[in-house]
Design a protein around this ligand. Structure first.
Ligand code: ZN
Length: 462
């Protein structure tokens, strides 16, 4: 019976590919940029749109839930019976800013199909991957009349800004969100035909450093040599955060980093990372980083520190001789287990204040925080995910760590006791967070098929 339903769902998905693509394009037209206050209404519009798409797919109780920040979207379908497992699907409908917009070959919120790719902001991260789950549910409910298991969706609008709303919602709504496993599609595969399951995620600690000196820009001839320069000071601080090999110099920074054991290094070594492909993807002239770790280890299993933006002084045409009044930097650290983002923030603050001379004022502000996480990969859900990938892609998935952060994985673990299976369908060269973000369309459709197979397989195993 269940297997019949699966075949019916797969047939439905195959017959509705064009509609599934057209709807995704509609979703992508809504510029739900969570970090820009002027996009607030559009962020809500994307939430409302998604809730309606969930209703249309046959999901029940679909609703937009207000928070202090951007709204959450919830829906469920709970008629598979008490013996059937329940899956909680998480994703995010907010996107990164499109800037710099002049580097896009097509308008970021006017999705374009280009050969096998769909190009638009948020198509891979994460609207396309969220929509895979909605369409897999639709394939069962419209194509076969029921799902093999119970399912709940919680989709947030603050992932890209490390917003607090979902983190506050989870412990307050344990009953609503209770499930047997969480499934997240917000990561990438190794290559178009090589699926992977992510078992480790980095955390995040994001700091703003503001340096101010004189209360207005000064003539550098009249005051240079007598009044300190906030940009010079900020550069001195930044230069002392890392050494030339990429090691972070903040005292205590590595104290809680779990060393990679031999077993895991071997597991990771099975995932061949092609250095040339990394260079091609990034356009950078060479790779870089801690010499005693492999490229893959550096990209996922080691912590980092990066300046994301730095401004100050005169940057217009021509020259202007001043000692600027202020300089600002935005600095992020990617963390690995068991680094605690709040402890790292404290270490960062203490070290930067120590570097700061009394000739300027330094203000440090904490921004997004996310805990790193490691998931068990010997579970029935992971086995079902592997089988589903194997069936659709014809290849077993590789196990790997991902360099990005998904804060909710730690929240699910801590408050709901939930393990997470990360089944990503993006690709490393999707240019997420960059101009010309894209999604490889064959894997959008295979993603829907994979989730259809996963639901059936997981229900039978449980
Ligand atoms: Zn994402």
């Amino acid at each position: 019976m269940a297997t019949n339903h699966r075949e019916e769902a797969l047939r439905y998905a195959a017959q509705h590919q064009q509609a599934h693509l057209d709807e995704l394009i509609e979703f992508l037209r809504i510029p739900s940029v969570s970090t820009q206050p002027e996009r607030r209404e559009e962020v809500r519009e994307a939430a409302e749109w998604l809730a309606q798409a969930m209703r249309d797919a046959g999901l029940e109780n679909a609703r937009v839930i207000d928070t202090a920040g951007h709204p959450l979207v919830y829906s469920d379908w709970l008629h598979a019976g008490d013996n059937a497992p329940t899956v909680l699907v998480y994703g995010h409908y907010d996107v990164q800013p499109a800037e710099p917009e002049d580097q896009w070959r097509t308008a970021p919120f006017a999705p374009q199909v280009d050969g096998d790719y769909l190009i638009a902001r948020g198509v891979s991260d994460d609207k396309g991957q969220v929509y895979i789950h909605v369409k897999a549910v639709e394939a069962y409910l419209h194509g076969a009349g029921s799902l093999p298991l119970n399912i709940k969706f919680i989709v947030e609008g603050e992932e890209e800004i490390g917003g607090p709303s979902l983190g506050e919602f989870v412990p307050q709504h344990k009953e609503l969100l209770t499930a047997d496993v969480a499934v997240i599609s917000d990561s990438s595969m190794m290559a178009p035909d090589q699926p992977s399951i992510v078992y480790g995620l980095r955390g995040l600690c994001y700091m703003f450093v503001d340096v101010s000196g004189p209360d207005h820009d000064l003539h550098s001839g009249s005051f240079g040599g007598g009044i300190d320069n906030p940009i010079n000071v900020l550069c001195h601080i930044v230069a002392n955060l890392k050494d030339e090999h990429g090691r972070v110099l903040i005292p205590g920074f590595y104290d809680d980093v779990q060393p990679l054991d031999e077993e895991e290094r071997e597991l990771l070594a099975a995932v061949a990372v092609d250095e040339n492909r990394v260079l091609q993807t990034t356009g950078a002239p060479a790779v870089w980083g801690e010499p005693e770790y492999s490229l893959l280890e550096r990209l996922g299993a080691r912590p980092t520190l990066d300046v994301n933006g730095i401004v100050g002084g005169y940057t217009g045409a021509g020259s202007k001789t001043i000692i600027p009044a202020a300089a600002h930097a935005k600095i992020s650290m990617r963390l690995v287990s068991d680094q605690d983002p709040h402890e790292i923030a404290q270490l960062f603050e203490a070290y930067v204040m120590e570097l700061a001379p009394p000739t300027v004022e330094v203000t440090i502000t904490r921004n997004g925080m996310a805990s790193p996480s490691i998931n068990d990969f010997n579970t029935t859900a992971v086995a079902a995910a592997s089988a589903a990938y194997g069936e659709v892609f014809g290849k077993e998935p590789l196990m790997r760590r991902e360099g990005g952060s998904i804060p909710v994985v730690g929240d699910f673990q801590k408050h709901l006791g939930l393990g997470t299976v990360m089944m990503g369908f993006g690709l490393p060269d999707d240019r997420i967070h960059s101009p010309n973000e894209r999604f490889y369309l064959p894997n959008y459709f295979r993603g829907i098929e994979t989730m259809i197979c996963f639901m059936d397989d997981f229900a039978r195993r449980e």
